[in-house]
Write a protein that binds this ligand. Structure first.
Ligand code: CP
Ligand code: NVA
Length: 309
């Protein structure tokens, strides 16, 4: 049994294995509809329990389909309906019950400490479906999408991030080290990644650079990533923050500074950080990116069960 909490903690060879498995599985499902089960039904009889403390559309649906296609089933819990939040039941007792009834637990949380606390008391794997500090399932799936479109290992590509230093960027930074790709970050000076992530950067100076000029950050880029300036439950002065990011909008002009065949990716939902023209252009691969989450999450589930081929 293995947990999937942060990319930093997972060996690079296991992350690569997940992507390779997802590629094979995606090809095999070409003519199957969403709820048809993969031939070997490797997770038959297994129950995924998922809980969202924050809103979700894509993660919720893709995990549901992922476990279904592997032959298992899913149950989604609302935290406000559990004793955990209202009646004060402990994480320890909740985890014991989850472990008795379910086989894997996926949590989207507003507090990183809860992931650790659950991990301590669960006897089933836990998957981080987004926390304030990371979004590992998203980024692993995005690596898959980049390689699928570019038909090259990501280590041979230049990746840019234009936007806030948030959970998705933290996972992208971790991925750039695990998969060894060049990452240029473009963000206002006062919104650079937090110190603990910069320490991480210092040891990898040749691969990761930070720019306060978005045009420099996208130069020679193969892929430009962005995300909302205001994240879920971001407790900031929104007007103020949005003002700081005005120069960092993804426009056609900004895209033209990157390579000709540069693509645009965004985990969604979007805000105003990307121009409609770019978002709806051929360079934008956001729908393919969202759809791929099912395939990669299936392989993440198999990894957690120790069943990767
Ligand atoms: N990208 C992503 O995680 O989307 P949801 O918040 O809709 O799950
Ligand atoms: N950074 C965003 C990602 C949403 C999927 C957030 O945390 O709200």
């Amino acid at each position: 049994m293995k947990h999937f909490i942060n990319l930093e903690d997972i060996p690079a060879k296991d992350l690569r294995k997940i992507i390779t498995d997802a590629k094979k599985r995606k090809i095999k499902r070409k003519n199957l509809s969403n709820l048809q089960i993969d031939k070997s039904a490797p997770l038959k009889g297994k129950l995924l329990i998922q809980m969202f403390e924050k809103s979700s559309l894509r993660t919720r649906l893709s995990f549901y389909l992922a476990i279904k296609q592997l032959g298992g089933s899913a149950l989604t819990l609302r935290p406000d309906e559990l004793h955990l939040s209202k009646g004060g039941e402990s994480i320890q007792d909740t985890a014991k019950i989850l472990s008795n009834f379910g086989n894997v637990f996926m949590l989207r949380t507003d507090d990183d400490k809860k992931l650790e606390e659950f991990r301590k008391f669960l006897s089933i794997p836990i998957i981080n479906g987004l926390s304030p500090s990371s979004h590992p399932t998203q980024i692993l799936s995005d690596i898959f999408t980049v390689e699928e479109i570019k038909k090259k290992p990501i280590s041979r590509l230049n990746i840019s991030w234009i936007g806030d230093s948030n959970n998705v960027l933290n996972s992208l930074i971790a991925a750039s080290i695990k998969f060894s790709f060049k990452l240029n970050i473009g963000c206002p000076k006062s919104y650079q990644p937090k110190k603990k992530f910069l320490v991480y950067l210092k040891n990898n100076t040749n691969k990761i650079s930070i720019y306060s000029d978005p045009y420099k950050a996208v130069k020679r880029s193969d892929v430009i990533f962005s995300d909302k300036v205001i994240s879920l439950n971001d407790k900031v002065n929104k007007k103020n923050k949005l003002n700081h990011f005005k120069r960092f909008k993804i426009t056609e002009r900004l895209m033209s500074y990157a390579k000709k065949d540069c693509i645009f990716l965004h985990c969604l939902p979007r805000g105003k950080e990307v121009d409609e023209k770019v978002f709806l252009s051929k360079k934008s691969k956001v729908w393919q990116q969202a759809a791929n989450r099912v395939h990669v999450q299936k392989s993440i589930l198999l990894y957690c069960f120790g069943k990767l081929r």
